[in-house]
Write a protein that binds this ligand. Sequence first.
Ligand code: PRX
Length: 476
Amino acid sequence: MVVSADAGSRGGKAVPYKALLDEAIAQSTHKPESVLLVDRGLAPLPLVEGRDRLWAPLREQHLHAQVPCVWVDATHPSYTLYTSGTTGKPKGVQRDTGGYAVALAASMEYIYCGKPGETYFSTSDIGWVVGHSYIIYGPLIAGMATIMYEGLPIRPDGGIWWSLVEKYKVTVMFSAPTAIRVLKKQDPALLKKYDLSSLRALFLAGEPLDEPTAQWISEGLGKPIIDNYWQTETGWPILAICKGVDDAPPKFGSPGKPVYGYNVKLLDDQTGAELTGANQKGVVAIEGPLPPGCMQTVWRDDARFVNTYWKSVPGRMVYSTFDWGIRDEDGYYFILGRTDDVINVAGHRLGTREIEESIAGHPNVAEVAVVGVADALKGQVAMAFAVLKDASCLGDTQAELRLEGEIMKLVDRDLGAVARPARVRFVTVLPKTRSGKVLRRAIQAVCESRDTGDLTTMDDPAALQQIRDLVQTKNS
Ligand code: PRX
């Protein structure tokens, strides 16, 4: 069964779902027997005979029905959530039931410090792991009320979230640095307009927390801002500040120390050797077994689970986070970005390979490279450089823009607007090594006006120059 609605609402506009859903079902090989639809009165809702049913009358009919619990094993899967990696094929992260419930309950007590009867407000969306863990299961398991907020944080104005904190006496709030950077552009007086005395702390996760953003919101709200680091795969924090477990004070720029249950190690990516000294950069790895709540396997692909996560560091069977990190002399960790081709756009995790595959589906694209480029608001944005099969439009600005628009539409359709590249630029050749590997790091460095490092393996220096010229031209 698919549960959906006529539309969502964002920025005051309805986002119709039904046509998208019908199209998705038409494309799927395993079709749902039934579709349950909530009619919010936002968009037309044509029903398919025999398959689609409306929620409201069914609710009326079953209003006082008692539904008994279904007992399952602790290891029974609770859900799968797809996430990006190095390849173009997202992995289905499979989560158990019992371990996850235990991990979330513990995290509510020792990390987020929410108490039964209080209200928790996570500004995420339930399609992402933060929404699963900390809009739905975590707060409810902890006996808290939870707020689900739809739409932008700046409508009707940038005070909307704080008005909810006042109205529902929120004690714990969870958001992402990107959202705070959006609010930073609004009137700071909005942070003082509402009574926030119930709020104890604002937790931020999902991407690196930069100092200006942390400072701004901490001063504006007069509340502690607490970073925490984790992944879809783990389902709950790997690095955090745990109250009553290790009463370490937060340190700026660090999400904290390993959470109980996680045996975190920094490893040399070439040799697998453990880096025990302070301030050495290595791959953040977790020695098995993983604590409760972390993924059980890749849905229907145990081999992929083992090969991707447990065999990427040479000579060791450890779980790799695919993040670089360092640990300072006091044991605090700092996350320095991904070791793979995953980028983080406005707190959303995207695989550049998935975007490349979508763009390569355009009939006129021969080859494409997508890289993540630093962005003041979103953390990173995707930039695409494509080689065309028929390059006759090159140099004709209108034609290039038209093609760029077509490609963006394609990515919207395949992956959603969040994955849409900021720009698609056209080149005649991509910079590659002599063995044919696209030099994504060098392209990224050029886009960020950084030193490209050693390019002795590069096949054709003119290829990188083309990108440099494009990036330096106006409107780039
Ligand atoms: O690169 C790390 C970054 O986001 C990745 C995980 O993204 P996702 O699977 O969407 O899960 C988000 C759950 C909060 C990580 O591999 N990341 C997450 N939190 C932080 C972070 N980078 C720096 N600081 C963080 N606090």
